[in-house]
Design a binder for this molecule. Sequence first.
Ligand code: OGA
Ligand code: MN
Length: 210
Amino acid sequence: MTIDSPHSINTPSEQLLDTITQGLHDKGYVVIETFLPAPMVEALYLEAKTLSPVAFNAAGVGRNAGAQLNNTIRSDRTLWLSEASDTQKQYLSYMEALRLAINRQLFLGLFDFESHYSHYRKGDFYQKHLDAFKGGSNRILSSVLYLNPEWQESDGGHLALYQDSSDTHPQLIAPVCNRCVIFLSDTFPHEVRVSQADRYSIAGWFRVSR
Ligand code: OGA
Ligand code: MN
């Protein structure tokens, strides 16, 4: 007889964890093509599409209390994830397993993970920025998971990832479903190119406590 638990608990595979920690160790960033089990990413996409019109707000620029609305820098709309929804809870627990694995392998002392859904409508963008300034933020690692099942090259909305501030040939990463990009928050300038279609993602940050 086999005993099935009523709720299957999704955790990242050992192979996925190795790919991520290896990439971060060697290059400071990593692009993963199949990040979540398909049902999880489908549920997140449905939830983002459903909640966006009723619960997403204009995104802030700057940290916490210093956050300001400035739609010349970014024009997406966001919703912070919480434990209130099972779908979000599953994602947060998946990222928690990733946080612990990264700490075991890379000794980054990551303390927690915060994340929000983003919705870029047609015409939306996020200008070139760093997620953290050296020494000035508790954000250590950034992650972006894309949720868009039918993304076309002509829909634009690429993440442009620069190696440093003098790089003029950024890597262009299309926001296709279940692709995830993880990078050092204070090292890689990046931007979201103008999107020509509805673009859904989850941006997140592993932080230290300070
Ligand atoms: C961010 C960000 C990138 C993306 O939210 O800080 O840079 O591809 N997002 O959505
Ligand atoms: Mn960013």
